[in-house]
Design a binder for this molecule. Structure first.
Ligand SMILES: *Cc1c(COP(=O)(O)O)cnc(C)c1O
Length: 353
């Protein structure tokens, strides 16, 4: 009998994570996600190379698993019996999955009526206790922070430093796969934990000789939820990209430092631009991501149209799976369906053959 080799973020990246022998090596098989070369959009974006990091291939369908596995392992190590997060959806799906895996309780605070159907379905399936708050994400996070200060429940939002530590491992994977850091890293920005984490990861890769360069960090927010672009919090954030519908990012300074230290930018893309990229990714690349993920590609295409991209190698992070948000998919894509009799002739007629 053979045992398959261990995998997951804690096994593969344990040497660069703040974990010790007492940290349980839990895994749902997160990390080690594919990096695939663009078939069509790379030319449209004026790049020599465009690569997509398929974070949608993580076990719960978003990059949140990378940081969550570390946060939950550390919570279990410290004896926590319950975890909590505020979430636009993917954090709750991930927290609930790892809590179920570890046999601890989880509580998620979600903004009322604002969570995509697939994400809610996951949280329900994993048996988490869902508290739908009468407010937006930012208010839910404030409540979760206050509550976990008062009660012995571990907060697993990206204000938990272990989340950032786990998420930085994606930058290591990008450097290892390409043999160096890319010139540009394009990423959607909501609560800004992920851009902070990638910048940390790329910094460590450069320091330790894994990479010879630092990428320029190009962050993209939705126009209706773009506090880092305007420079002040947005009280009522609105966008079709629910994963980045956040008005007051917890990692504000992490994001602006990543932008400024890398010589990058954080700009806004409209919902129309996001949905155009969402459609192009599916029809031209065969990649079905959620709308928030498409913001990274929408941003690159927008910069290219303005003549602001002069070649080079870029990596765009596709943060979450399109199946998470079936309602937006059905509203956005046009189905090409023809009815036919269930016979050879019927199907031939339907195809015009
Ligand atoms: C959480 C999330 C984001 C935003 O990441 P932040 O770390 O909050 O900036 C983007 N896309 C998807 C699919 C997400 O789940």
């Amino acid at each position: 009998m053979t045992t398959p080799p261990p995998r997951g973020v804690l096994h593969r990246w344990g040497s660069v994570l703040p974990i010790g022998p007492e940290t349980p090596r839990i895994s749902l098989g997160e990390g080690d996600t594919p990096l695939v070369r663009s078939a069509h959009l790379e030319r449209l974006a004026g790049l020599d190379e465009l690569w997509f990091k398929l974070e949608m291939c993580n076990p719960t369908g978003s990059f949140k698993d990378r940081g969550m596995v570390v946060a939950v392992a550390k919570a279990v190590e410290s004896g926590a019996k319950a975890i909590m997060c505020a979430s636009t959806g993917n954090t709750s799906a991930s927290a609930a999955a790892y809590a179920a895996h570890c046999g601890i309780e989880s509580f998620v605070l979600v903004p009322g009526g604002k969570v995509a159907a697939g994400k809610l379905a996951q949280a329900i399936a994993f048996g988490t206790k869902i508290i739908e708050v009468d407010g937006n994400f930012d208010e839910a996070l404030t409540a979760a922070r206050a509550l976990t200060d008062r009660h012995p429940i571990a907060l697993v939002n990206s204000v938990n430093p272990y989340r950032i530590q786990g998420q930085k491992t994606a930058a290591y994977e990008v450097c290892d796969a390409l043999g160096d850091a890319p010139d540009i890293l394009a990423i959607p920005v909501g609560n800004a934990g992920n851009i902070t984490a990638y910048w940390k990861g790329f910094g460590e890769c450069a320091e330790t000789g894994r990479a010879t360069l630092h990428p320029k960090m190009y962050g993209f927010q939705a126009a209706g939820a773009a506090p880092l672009v305007s420079g002040h919090p947005v009280e009522h954030p609105e966008t079709v990209a629910s994963a980045i519908r956040i008005g007051n990012p917890a990692s504000w300074t992490g994001a602006t430092s990543a932008r400024d230290e890398s010589g990058g930018l954080i700009e806004a893309v409209t919902d129309d631009e996001i949905l155009d990229a969402y459609k192009l990714l599916a029809s031209k690349e065969g990649l079905f991501c959620e709308p928030a993920s498409a913001a990274s590609v929408a941003g690159l295409l927008k910069l290219a149209r303005a003549g602001r991209i002069a070649g080079g190698r870029a990596v765009a992070i596709l943060t979450g799976n399109g199946l998470k948000d079936p309602d937006t998919a059905v509203r956005t894509y046009t189905a090409d369906v023809t009815k036919a009799a269930a016979t050879l002739e019927g199907v031939e007629r339907a195809l015009g053959l």
